[in-house]
Design a protein. Structure first.
Length: 162
């Protein structure tokens, strides 16, 4: 079942080009846009970004925003779900819906407090052992994206309808 109103994958100030490339490939695979917000730790045309995304760049819609406020204006009216290693609830209980925003922070610091404090009821995380502070960003995005698709009933076959 294709989504009539796809959700957004939002990366706040991503730093590692290979992660962003891998995330772009995940977005291409499921037909959702990728939003890059704020100062990036690389140039969008960096070879390592392109290489990680392989030949799927023409299949993903990448939108850049100068800051989080600009993204929020773009996403007005959408449910915003934050994903953080400091979350009080697991990602499996997030209220996913078509058109929602799945927001992830930078690799070294996650989401800043001013963003977390703006959406305190909508912060979710992926469970890990206490000795492991977080998962790789591209892995975390893939886990959450596929859980969102599962809950929305979009994974009823091996291939998602276009």
């Amino acid at each position: 079942m294709p989504l009539s109103n796809p959700f957004d994958v939002v990366l706040f100030e991503p730093e590692i080009p290979q992660n962003t490339g891998s995330i772009a490939r995940t977005c291409a695979a499921v037909g959702v846009p990728l939003h890059l917000v704020g100062k990036l730790g690389f140039k969008i045309d960096d070879h390592s970004v392109k290489r990680a995304g392989l030949d799927y760049w023409d299949k993903v819609k990448v939108i850049t925003h100068k800051d989080f406020d600009e993204y929020l204006l773009f996403a007005k009216g959408r449910k915003v779900l934050l994903f953080s290693s400091r979350a009080p609830k697991p990602y499996t209980v997030a209220p996913y819906e078509e058109g929602c925003s799945l927001v992830f922070g930078k690799e070294t610091a996650g989401l800043p407090d001013y963003i977390l404090n703006s959406f305190t009821e909508n912060i979710y995380g992926i469970p890990t052992l206490p000795s492991i502070r977080s998962l790789n960003l591209s892995n975390a995005v893939a886990i959450v994206v596929y859980e969102c698709l599962r809950q929305l009933g979009a994974l009823n076959s091996v291939y998602i309808e276009e």
